[in-house]
Design a protein around this ligand. Structure first.
Ligand code: GRG
Length: 292
């Protein structure tokens, strides 16, 4: 199947899985479940669940990757809801719509993020209970990537980094943890469903490392170069919040060169891994050239 058709096919499967696994909006308390569905359903590229499906299709197995894909997107959306709160990035727009705390209120947004975070693990434990060893590995991958040494730790350093002098080491720590860790976990979880060797897991970690860094570097660049309308989220926030970013340290051209380097390294690791890697390679290329 051509790349764009596969991408659209994956997206449709992911939307359906999210709808299946999310609690209905009319469940008590309705405001909470409406807020969860609002944030989850109001757009988003669905990159991380797409990576779960792409990694699973490298060496396909009979295990269903869709619950794992839905679980990863729950964590991602919960982190976006929290990131947008006034105590963090204080953003009014996300995925082309008012942020959760603007549409509902701050307490509801905080709790919707909490609930989505927990729901990810409910999905994994229910969907993979027939294969407990696999379920445990999936929970480990996702909880590790979301915890205090990865996603949350990266976010903390990101907040601490505001207004500090530029520091390359701190910048890489932030990007590796707030972004690359969940991207790596998405790929690992997809591959986990195919009973991978340690060698294959090593390759997928390398892909996640470089793809994750490239993705966040491009995110930094787009924050400076694109409009709020194109991004669907408030542009220029990094500068306003004095964030540590790749363009701030390396300049726009330097940041673009770094994004290219990491994309090429991700593609080389995909080639080393082998399997049905054409989609993943094309996706890496597309992500480098995206505009939102
Ligand atoms: C509640 C798990 C949890 C974490 C709390 C707030 C926080 C800690 C972490 C936020 C980290 C963060 C905002 C990282 C940025 C990652 C990033 C590049 C987001 C944008 O991803 P896209 O472009 O967004 O894939 P869409 O909307 O397309 O899904």
């Amino acid at each position: 199947m051509p790349f764009e058709s596969t991408l659209n096919h994956y997206k449709a499967l992911i939307e359906k899985a999210l709808d299946t696994w999310l609690t209905p909006a009319d469940t008590q308390p309705e405001s909470l479940h409406q807020a969860i569905r609002y944030s989850q359903e109001c757009g988003g590229k669905r990159l991380r669940p797409t990576l779960v499906l792409a990694a699973h299709s490298l060496f396909p197995s009979d295990e269903d990757p869709l619950p794992a894909a839905a679980a990863v997107e729950c964590i991602h959306t919960s982190s976006l809801i929290h990131d947008d709160l006034p105590c963090m990035d204080d953003s009014d727009l996300r995925r082309g719509h008012p942020t959760c705390h603007k549409q509902f209120d701050e307490a509801t947004a905080l709790l919707a993020g909490d609930a989505l975070l927990i729901h990810a693990f409910t999905i994994l434990s229910r969907a993979y209970q027939g294969t407990p060893e696999l379920a445990i590995k999936l929970v480990e991958d996702l909880s590790h990537a979301s915890g205090s040494t990865c996603l949350i730790g990266g976010q903390v350093e990101d907040l601490l980094g505001e207004k500090l002098p530029p520091d390359e080491k701190r910048l890489e720590f932030i990007h590796l943890n707030k972004t690359a860790a969940l991207i790596t976990a998405s790929l690992r979880m997809g591959l986990r469903l195919c009973n991978p060797t340690d060698e294959q897991l090593k390759h997928i970690n390398t892909i996640g490392h470089h793809l994750g860094l490239a993705f966040q570097i491009v995110d930094d660049i787009l924050d400076q170069t694109e409009t709020t309308e194109t991004l669907g989220k408030t542009a220029g926030l990094d500068e306003k919040n004095d964030k540590l970013t790749y363009p701030r340290i390396y300049g726009l051209d330097g940041a673009k060169a770094k994004a290219r380097e990491h994309t090429q390294a991700a593609i080389a690791a995909c080639e080393d891994l082998g399997g049905n890697n054409e989609f993943l390679i094309a996706l890496a290329q597309k992500l480098e050239n995206r505009t939102h």
